[in-house]
Design a protein around this ligand. Structure first.
Ligand code: M6R
Length: 614
């Protein structure tokens, strides 16, 4: 993971780097660092932990860097080596003349390290990146040209990387390259930027080049040069970024997560705009290129995703099988990519990703594309690497999600699946017009129902405070809400560090029930519909083992009052849409528990928003 940023221009560099890194903090916050070219050579500043610590380090320094106009910066999510100052980037070669920042993983770093140590290099950190610093320095010693040194070194690297390199022999120059990790080059007036993602540079420019694998850019205020991996000069396409600089604000909420939970009714409204006008009109998905013939020729659909997106995909399977009569498999991308998968031109492969850059999902999508499958991407980032692989696209329009724990993007992904499944059912004519209309009418009611939940959070808060000190938590559900149980548990784990697990309620008696006693809370997701009575019976079984019982329900059944210690009530909804209605209170429950415990809700330990390493 990690985020990198570089600037070569005519303005004071430090604030540009720090602002850029702040925008990339979603990619990691284990440590940060910058290297700037000063009058007497390159200076490196680093700090452990969040960016604020680096700001403190810099405020204690003399103003030696204030006039510097060229530098590189890094925000780290630790992969190799603990999150210490020593392992923080930028890393330097033995003599300190060359500095480097890196996002990705160098898979052959051990071999390189051995070889370079044997040839006299002194390693100071445990990182894979330091091997690249020494390797490029060696090549530079041989060829005396920084761009060529980076090109030659790249040939010996295995794995994924986006790199920015500076050398003391060069004034105001950065060399940048990438393979299987994102890097874009921004164009200003007599100034150039390099960054892992748009938010780091959008304040300064909306003109940029997305670097392709193995391409190398040499940035200098006097001009920019691009070469391909073979050293040929190339002229890449400069794109206009479809972004406005946005001031990220909590809008009075204590955390971004709470704000993002509260944005969800608007997120649903936004995704429906232009796609569903009225129940008796067809769904409009302009960027989906699946006609009747293609759908007829499909023999299966595979959905690949990770984390929260994987849970959305599981709901998607339920919907597509239900509405369209096509078999759907869902798999964690990290499993999908290292086995023989039976995918061909008759398979539709759907990649789901908030960020559009999760490395495992991106690889899964590329593999399936190479086998000739139609690729459909559901993402919050239509400008992402994954979206660029798409034959069909469903943008989810959730807006920027700052909190590491995904909330509104999950709801938006679910909405994308409702729209897609109904759209395919319309084309395939696999459902009656009356049923389709009824579902579309119900879907249009969702924003008001979510608003109702958000207006009544007291019961949820009470429940959260009652269970905040528990060590374990079990979530159970069946059918279309089994993924809701998994997602509810994931939210709680991520931000409170409580050991929470989601189970299909019917599986409790096949093992997990052994864990139940009076210290174990069991939250049953009891939505009216096909499996309501079944989950009720499973809840009775848990109650009989003295578990502390919580219900999340849209039933007003009086029986529940005796069975459950706490009841969280939500509005009535057609069963197929209940995952949206059920998830919002579970997000709030996780939030209020973590907030009560004083956890770092928006930036939980060990996590990063965007996981760009396999
Ligand atoms: O950007 P993606 O949707 O591909 O990310 C996938 C997961 O890393 C992500 O959903 C993660 O599980 C979140 N922290 C969940 O809150």
């Amino acid at each position: 993971m990690c985020g990198i940023v570089g600037y070569a221009g005519n303005k004071s560099v430090v604030d540009i780097l720090l602002d850029g890194l702040e925008q990339l903090e979603y990619r990691g916050y284990d440590s940060s660092g910058i290297a700037v070219k000063c009058k007497d050579g390159i200076k490196v500043y680093k700090a452990e932990g969040k960016l604020g610590n680096l700001r403190n380090v810099l405020s204690n320094c003399l103003d030696e860097f204030k006039t510097s106009t060229c530098g590189i910066g890094h925000i780290r999510w630790a992969t190799h080596g603990a999150p210490t100052v020593l392992n923080a980037h930028p890393h330097t070669c033995t003599c300190g003349n060359l500095v480097i920042v890196h996002n990705g993983i160098i898979e052959n770093y051990k071999e390189l390290r051995e070889k370079l140590t044997a040839s006299g290099c002194t390693f100071r950190s445990q990182t894979d990146t330091e091997a690249v610093a020494h390797l490029v320095a060696r090549k530079y010693f041989e060829v005396k040209d920084l761009t060529e040194a980076v090109r030659l070194a790249s040939k010996e690297l295995e794995g994924a990387y986006a790199l920015c390199v500076m050398h003391n022999d060069y004034n105001n120059t950065i060399v940048a390259t990438k393979r299987n990790a994102p890097l874009l080059i921004g164009y200003g007036e007599n100034e150039f930027f390099a960054a892992s993602d748009v938010p780091a540079i959008i304040k300064h420019t909306n003109k940029a080049v997305y670097l392709n694998d193995n391409e190398i850019a040499t940035l200098n205020p006097a001009g920019i040069k691009f070469i391909d991996g073979e050293g040929n000069v190339i002229t890449p396409r400069v794109e206009t970024l479809p972004w406005e600089p946005v001031a990220l604000s909590k809008m009075g909420y204590k955390h971004f997560m709470l704000k993002e939970i509260h944005e969800q009714s608007d997120v649903i409204r936004n995704i429906l705009i232009g796609k569903l006008h009225a129940p008796d009109e067809n769904i409009v998905l302009n960027e989906v290129k699946l006609d009747k013939n293609t759908l007829k020729n499909l023999n299966r659909i595979q959905i690949v995703a990770c984390g929260t997106s994987l849970h959305a995909a599981m709901v998607g399977k339920y919907l597509i099988e239900n509405f369209c009569d096509i078999a759907v498999d869902v798999e964690a991308s990290s499993e999908y990519i290292y086995r023989k998968t039976v995918t061909d031109t008759h398979t539709l492969v759907i990649g789901v990703s908030q960020s559009g850059e999760t490395a495992d999902t991106l690889t899964a999508v590329k593999q399936s594309k190479a086998r000739g499958s139609h690729i459909l991407i559901i993402t919050n980032r239509p400008d992402s690497a994954m979206a660029r692989e798409a034959d069909s696209l469903v943008p989810v329009n959730a807006g920027i999600e700052v909190s590491v724990a995904a909330t509104k993007s999950y709801t938006a992904q679910l909405m994308a699946f409702y729209l897609l499944a109904l759209y395919m059912a319309e084309i395939k004519e696999s459902m009656s017009k009356t049923d389709l209309q009824a579902l579309k009418a119900e879907m249009m009611q969702l924003p008001q129902k979510v608003d109702q939940i958000l207006a009544q959070t007291d019961e949820i808060k009470k429940c959260a405070h009652a269970f905040a000190n528990t060590k374990n938590f079990i979530y159970v559900a069946r059918g279309i809400n089994y993924p809701t149980a998994l997602e509810g548990a994931l939210k709680l784990k991520e931000i409170s560090y409580i050991n929470a697990t989601g189970y299909p309620a019917g599986e409790l008696k096949h093992g997990p029930i052994a864990m139940l006693d009076e210290t174990m809370p069991v939250l049953s997701i009891l939505m009216l519909g096909t499996v309501y009575e079944k989950i009720l019976s499973n809840s009775e079984e848990a109650k009989a083992r003295n578990a502390q019982m919580i219900a999340l329900t849209n039933s007003d059944d009086k029986k529940l009052d005796d069975l459950f210690d706490y009841i969280i009530r939500v509005p009535a909804v057609q069963e197929l849409f209940s995952p949206i209605i059920a998830m919002v209170p579970l997000q709030l429950l996780a939030y209020y528990i973590a907030e009560f415990l004083g956890k770092d809700v928006d930036q939980p330990r060990n996590l990063a928003k965007s996981v760009t390493v396999e």
